[in-house]
Design a binder for this molecule. Structure first.
Ligand code: CP3
Length: 341
């Protein structure tokens, strides 16, 4: 049994004294103790070494006492396992030197055995669970198939993901084959993560909002729905789509336990679009963590009042920025933990 089960209770829609809180990308570059490890080991070494990944996962918990931990890893371990080379270039981000651009490239993509190619993630989960000692739940995650395709085809981050979109629009058959391969491996991967000890899973559709509502259905949502269908009886599933307010209605009917909301959507609108019954997570503007701590606290209290304390998980509307002062992150977490209606 998990001692602090606020997060799991909020996912079930139970009444709570205060909403749980965690931050997307909470294990990372705004923490001095993370930067120390970062100086010694490159990115994928950190991901592949269970001692390091589990240590980085619990660093923000020790400092701030969030109500959930998220495993330190990356969504791009999936293309790596599919035998697509992924580099993490300092001050640049992900770089895939051999991107997928045609049908033959898709044919070459392998759907690997999870235990062989991603066993290190399962080892990191087990070690993290030991360190957490059942104090709080552990979240496992994966990118959505569309968001993974974006990197596989574009070969790097992008403001428009024009090549990824062009690939889908000119070679839809190959695109759907690739999306289905990514979906199949993601389902197997998340099932293994739950078996290894993750208490909930989150799907990051970070680039879903790049698509029009119609294209979103075709190239993103239908694959996310397959993942939700396959996982929902094993663990609670959270779906976060950045810029995807237009899909909130459909997401609410998907069987997911909670839906992530970004900061461009009001709490009232998000509740309206999701029918008022499902748990919502979000949606503090990550840049607002640059405000003075007292302002942050005031805004967090207001955000909770607007979403309501029940069926709600306090979070940012996207990942924390690297230049956020540690005391500002602390103000965010403290405000949620001190919330009294
Ligand atoms: O939430 C957590 O703290 C767990 C760790 C986590 C990382 N990546 C570690 C990381 C999670 C949940 C991710 C997910 C991820 N990775 C997403 C989806 C979430 C989102 O922000 O939209 C995406 C799109 C990626 C791909 C990715 N990885 C990018 C674009 C970059 C470079 C930009 C950046 O944020 O630094 C990464 C690298 C990365 N992943 C870092 C970390 C801590 C920084 C690199 C480093 O530490 O050397």
């Amino acid at each position: 049994m998990i001692k602090n089960d606020l997060f799991l209770r909020a996912l079930k829609g139970e009444t709570v004294d205060r909403p749980p809180v965690w931050m997307m990308r909470q294990a990372g570059r705004y923490l001095p103790e993370f930067m120390e490890i970062r100086e010694k080991y490159d990115f994928f070494t950190r991901c592949r070494t269970p001692e390091l990944a589990s240590e980085i996962t619990v660093q923000p918990i020790r400092r701030f006492g969030m109500d959930a931990a998220i495993l330190f890893s990356d969504i791009l371990v999936i293309p790596q396992a599919m035998d697509i080379e992924v580099q993490m270039k300092p001050n640049f981000g992900p770089y895939l030197p051999n991107p997928i651009r045609k049908a033959e490239d898709v044919d070459r993509v392998v759907v690997p055995n999870i235990g062989d190619s991603l066993g290190y993630v399962m080892d990191a989960i087990k070690m993290t669970k030991e360190k957490l000692n059942d104090e709080i739940p552990l979240i496992g995650f994966a990118g959505s198939p569309w968001t993974i395709l974006c990197y596989c085809v574009q070969g790097q981050g992008s403001k428009s993901f024009d090549m990824a979109k062009g690939f889908c629009f000119t070679q839809p058959k190959a695109a759907h084959e690739l999306l289905q391969k990514i979906t199949d491996i993601t389902i197997a991967y998340l099932k293994e993560k739950v078996s290894a000890g993750c208490d909930a899973v989150q799907i990051f559709d970070s680039w879903g909002g790049m698509l029009s509502p119609t294209d979103y259905q075709t190239f993103s949502w239908r694959y996310i729905q397959q993942i939700v269908d396959a996982l929902k009886d094993r663990a609670p599933v959270i779906v976060f789509g950045k810029g995807c307010w237009f899909a909130l209605h459909e997401m609410a009917k998907s069987g997911a336990s909670a839906i992530g909301v970004d900061w461009t959507c009001t709490a009232q609108n998000a509740r309206y679009l999701t029918g008022g019954k499902i748990t919502l997570q979000g949606n503090f503007d990550p840049a607002r963590l640059l405000s003075p701590p007292e302002d942050i606290k005031k805004m967090v209290r207001q955000m909770i009042d607007e979403f309501g304390k029940d069926r709600y998980i306090v979070n940012l509307g996207h990942g924390i920025l690297p230049n956020v002062p540690v005391e500002n992150a602390k103000a965010f977490i403290d405000a949620a933990k001190q919330y009294a209606p």
